[in-house]
Design a protein around this ligand. Structure first.
Ligand code: NAP
Length: 261
């Protein structure tokens, strides 16, 4: 299927590894020009150069913290306006809420709520003027099914979801081709899951491998998802065909969420 987005420009956060990388790759394979952002320059350069060899579109990159105003400015210095924004950065650390201070909450809110909102604010009106725009916020299944040790994520991301539910339905955006949706990963085989399982392994004394197998068995699909399948779904959400989809929270979790709605 031709997604009809070749030649568009996409900003993809957290793009050197994991889910962000999957999204950048899938979009670039559709002919979308991408600006990839993440912090570690060597890892990002490798990822971008590898991708650039595989696709015909332009692949630009900038090593920056996308959750800060300076990092966002650095991304826009690569390309002035975007048709697609994939809001993504690392998730907050796991832990016990009794150990978190105000500063920990502010960091989580900055990274997982306020930074995506800043990028939405910066892009959607221009998208509406040009008649096309796609925002995909990578959040977490923990918004629907909270994970006890991920309280910072459960809380901060819910704030983003609440904001998106309102703004995505503004007629002046939707009627001019701009959609805003959240894509909620369940368990995906990336470095992030190693970190969260690693913390649990330390707590329980089990080996990381045993925990991985146990966790995969809990998913009805009996496996973790891959960055490639996540990216392909994200690219579809950015497609012309997905123009009637807005304000939605789409779970991609191999059937793990046990509810009807
Ligand atoms: P990952 O494998 O750890 O990759 C994170 C990517 O984001 C890396 O490229 C990292 O590179 C970059 N990054 C982190 N902080 C950044 C920042 N401040 N600015 C720019 N780039 C940043 O993580 P993932 O599994 O792809 O997860 C992506 C998001 O989905 C996270 O928010 C995670 O919490 C959420 N999620 C993941 C899963 C899962 O199973 N994988 C499940 C639920 C939710 P640098 O470190 O070099 O910046």
């Amino acid at each position: 299927m031709d997604l009809g987005i070749a030649g568009k420009w996409a900003l993809v956060g957290g793009a050197s590894r994991g889910l962000g990388w999957g999204c950048a790759k899938a979009l670039a394979e559709e002919g979308v020009n991408v600006v990839m952002v993440s912090r570690r320059e060597d890892v990002l350069r490798d990822a971008a150069e590898t991708l650039a060899k595989q696709v015909k579109s332009q692949v630009l990159w900038v090593a920056a913290d996308i959750t800060t105003p300076a990092g966002q400015d650095a991304a826009f210095a690569q390309h002035g306006q975007f048709d697609i924004v994939v809001n993504n950065a690392g998730g907050p650390p796991p832990g016990d809420f009794r150990d978190w201070e105000r500063e920990d909450w502010i960091k989580a809110l900055d990274a997982n709520m306020l930074a995506p909102i800043a990028l939405i604010k910066r892009t959607v009106d221009g998208m509406a003027e040009r008649g096309f725009g796609r925002i995909v916020n990578i959040t977490s299944s923990s918004v629907k099914q909270p994970v006890e040790i991920l309280g910072l994520s459960n809380g901060a991301r819910s704030g983003l979801h609440g904001f998106v539910a309102g703004v995505a339905r503004q007629p002046k955006l939707v009627s001019r081709g701009v959609t805003i949706n959240n894509l909620l990963p369940g368990k995906f085989d990336t470095d992030r899951i190693k970190t969260t399982l690693g913390a649990r392994a330390q707590k329980t004394g089990e080996s990381l491998e045993t925990l991985r197998e146990e966790q995969a068995k809990l998913v009805p699909a009996k496996r973790f998802g891959t960055a490639e399948e996540f990216g392909a779904f994200c690219a579809f959400m950015c497609s012309q065909q997905a123009s009637y989809l807005t304000g939605q929270n789409i779970l991609l979790d191999g059937g793990a969420y046990p509810g009807t709605y």
